[in-house]
Ligand binder design. Structure first.
Ligand code: SF4
Ligand code: SF4
Length: 380
């Protein structure tokens, strides 16, 4: 069985989506494991109330096609996510509507309206041993991860692994950024979440990916592709390579590699070269170089300091900013002060979580490399 399957999907026409999904799943054994009466949860990426054309969320046509395939096998389907902000019916109904999920609902999917939360424990986790999660997932016999391929200010890339941060209730997400202020620890936490939930299958919507200022303010970039795998780590490895990101610059991949979760040789069905974009605008990424060069606790502390100095950071584009204050309200570190109607970032407090960038409605918060890093080497 291949580790990762790549399958062409030229657009979001429903018939094309169905054909592409069937072809992508077939080498992985198809959906033969689905039994009548099973309840299948699809964890989509619904990061924000944004229209499908913005390429920030899993496209509703793919979710609809998958719903139809699962229902034909006698399963019931529930689609859910917990975007940033309130985790309640009023907010999620708006997200579902604007993200176009009524199409999937019309095909028989239930859009999750169980907004309960539960406490989970994961003693085997590397950094995440206890956490709160969205309870709707408990009611599912199997979970499918259907993510979107995007650039990401903090992690470098958002695909299969990052998508499960949406199992943490939206209102609690800032707390998790504060609990794991070091970007690598945050990445380790995301890997723990994957290992806790063990989704049955992972699918990536890269029919139209997002480049540039992702995960919400970037530019749609058609790749005409969906990917499938049983391993989120193998899948993200292929996605990173496709976009031209060195895998260790994607912090979740660096965290997965620490635990030998990525096979040295991946068996890939389908040609990445066929889908590789001629150019793709990547975000500035962090280097893990200094940490590995400096052994011991003191060396690690020094490495962290150097990394912090060189790490990409948020920067306001004043001409785009409308002074709505959303960034200041969402900042978990309270590092943003509104001064004369514009956000001022206190660098000493900033933990570079990029929540401000992710939730700025105008794309006015950009990820930039500090001048010292640009001077030293554009890759540090
Ligand atoms: S969220 Fe964006 S538009 Fe609103 S104040 Fe912050 S930077 Fe400006
Ligand atoms: S200023 Fe932005 S990146 Fe820095 S801590 Fe606040 S939300 Fe995170």
């Amino acid at each position: 069985m291949p580790d990762v399957v790549l399958e062409a999907c030229p657009d979001y026409e429903l018939g094309h989506c169905r054909t592409a999904l069937e072809a992508a799943l077939e080498p992985l054994g198809g959906l033969d494991w689905v039994q009548p009466g099973m309840r299948i949860g699809i964890k989509a990426n619904l990061v924000s109330a944004m229209a499908p054309e913005a390429a920030a969320t899993t496209h509703p046509a793919l979710l609809t096609a998958l719903t139809v395939l699962l229902k034909e096998r006698g399963a019931s389907v529930v689609i859910g996510d917990s975007p940033g902000g309130l985790y309640n019916a009023a907010h999620l109904d708006r997200v579902y509507r604007i993200c176009g999920l009524e199409q999937a609902e019309a095909a028989g999917a239930e859009l999750n309206r169980d907004f309960g939360q539960k406490a989970g424990t994961f003693p085997e986790g590397k950094v995440l041993h206890s956490f709160q999660y969205t309870a709707w997932l408990d009611g599912c016999d199997a979970i499918l991860n259907f993510c979107k391929l995007k650039t990401h200010g903090m992690m470098g890339m958002s695909a299969a692994v990052k998508n499960f941060f949406g199992t943490i209730p939206g209102t609690m997400k800032p707390e998790y950024h504060f609990r794991f202020p070091d970007a690598m620890d945050f990445a380790r936490m995301l890997v723990d979440l994957q290992l806790y939930w063990k989704p049955r299958l992972h699918l990536v919507d890269a029919v139209v990916a997002m480049e540039g200022n992702g995960p919400t303010a970037g530019t749609p970039h058609p790749l005409g592709l969906i990917l499938a795998s049983e391993s989120p780590f193998a899948l993200d490895e292929v996605c990173a390579g496709l976009l031209g990101l060195e895998p260790d610059r994607v912090l979740t991949q660096a965290a997965a590699r620490e635990r030998d979760l990525i096979p040295e040789r991946l068996e890939i069905q389908g040609s990445p070269d066929r889908f590789r974009p001629a150019s793709f605008q990547l975000p500035p990424t962090r280097s893990t170089l200094f940490r590995s060069l400096l052994p011991g606790k003191a060396g690690e502390a020094l490495g962290r300091t150097i990394q912090k100095l060189l790490a990409p950071r948020p920067q306001v584009a004043p001409q785009e900013c409308v002074g709505c204050q959303k960034c200041a309200n969402i900042c978990p570190a309270k590092a943003i002060e509104m001064v004369q109607g514009k956000p001022k970032i206190h660098r000493d407090k900033c933990i570079t979580c990029f929540c401000c960038q992710e939730f700025c409605p105008k794309g006015a918060m950009e990820v930039q490399r500090p001048p010292i890093a640009r001077l030293l080497n554009k890759e540090t």
